[in-house]
Design a binder for this molecule. Sequence first.
Ligand code: PGA
Length: 249
Amino acid sequence: MRRKLAAGNWKMNGLTASLSEIGTLAGDLPETPCEVLICPPATLIAAMAGAVHGTGIAVGGQDCHAAESGAHTGDISAAMLADAGASHVILGHSERRADHGETDADVAAKTEAAWKAGLTAVVCVGETEAQYRAGETLAVIRSQLAGSLPGGTTAANTVIAYEPVWAIGTGLVPQMDEIASVHGAIRAALSDRFGADMADGTRILYGGSVKPGNAAEIFAVANVDGALVGGASLKAADFGPIVAAASAA
Ligand code: PGA
């Protein structure tokens, strides 16, 4: 049985004062919560790791460098994230792929670096609007999975996030049967490459305009094991109901 995961991606948002949201979120957690992960900007990881202590909420990074250390000004290694208190790291988010030209090979290298530091990788895939309109969604997703997941991928060291680029921050969400079809195809691709046991155990999150109002419907879709939430993860008043919906699903 896969435990649902509600993951928040704060992106480039949040100052020290934003940590108060964590106390509110923790105070409102359901009695039997789903797994909860918050990925704040790197500047807040250590403080957030302190703030979530004893709540069961996990903290993650939003990216890491593929190298362990070295002359890479401005970059952060997976070991540094772990040292600051992170247990997860988001990799291959479409904003990293678009803004920083990250390729599938880059994502695969970063994923291996994350594992080496003991982090769980949250590997993102998703088609652009043009690819969606051209009917290329499944081909794009299969190709990104093939290129972004290293050979050692397991249900324990990796979570997949399906995030249609056109749904991120737009308020647009695919039809539920479209989400079901992509998530089913992702699980089938994992099974073909890594075997049925790995595929059965791996969480596949949906991301893109998940809100309190649509979360329950999305979590009821076959093969959706949680969500990667951007804008609606910033405030406990929005993220709390999403966590509650995932916990009840
Ligand atoms: P959104 O972002 O929830 O604001 O659409 C999701 C994401 O980019 O992870």
